[in-house]
Design a protein around this ligand. Sequence first.
Ligand code: HEM
Length: 142
Amino acid sequence: MSLSQAEKTLILAFWNKASGLINTIGPQIVNRLLLAYPQLKTHFGNFNVTPGSSDLNTLGIKIITAVGGATQHMDDLPVHLAILTDLHSLTLRIDPGNYKLMIDCIVISMAASLPQDFTAEVQNAMTNFLIIIGDILASKFC
Ligand code: HEM
């Protein structure tokens, strides 16, 4: 899958607004993930998985920051995400099926934080973008 120019424009325009809210969007992401899909706690063995813990909030902020960084490299994603790909595929060994669950939580956290700006068109473009990111992070899993 690749992004159309229209999708790239929507993603960049949305990120212009969302970048000021990383401390609002970020903490929701992993808290939601582990509350909605508690079976994933096994990947976070060294974390305090209590809802609202600084471990979960901080990781969520790192994740949304990485997504924002990727918006500036939409034509160069595999290279830009090489270190994160090795981390997720080789070190953490995240099952590829789990990316859909994380993507849902990122999308929902964006929508909850910017309900006016997160139109259906932005949702579609952002979901496609996150699917591409997830596919790249999973690409070395074997
Ligand atoms: C769109 C998908 C994802 C993105 C953008 C993403 C991004 C990130 C980022 C930026 C980090 C921090 C790396 C660092 O500290 O240098 C990270 C770490 C981590 N991610 Fe992901 N991630 C994604 C999907 C997932 C999924 C699906 C899981 C598991 C279900 C997961 C589990 C973890 C874990 C366990 C860590 C390491 C935490 C630690 O020990 O510090 N990630 N991720």
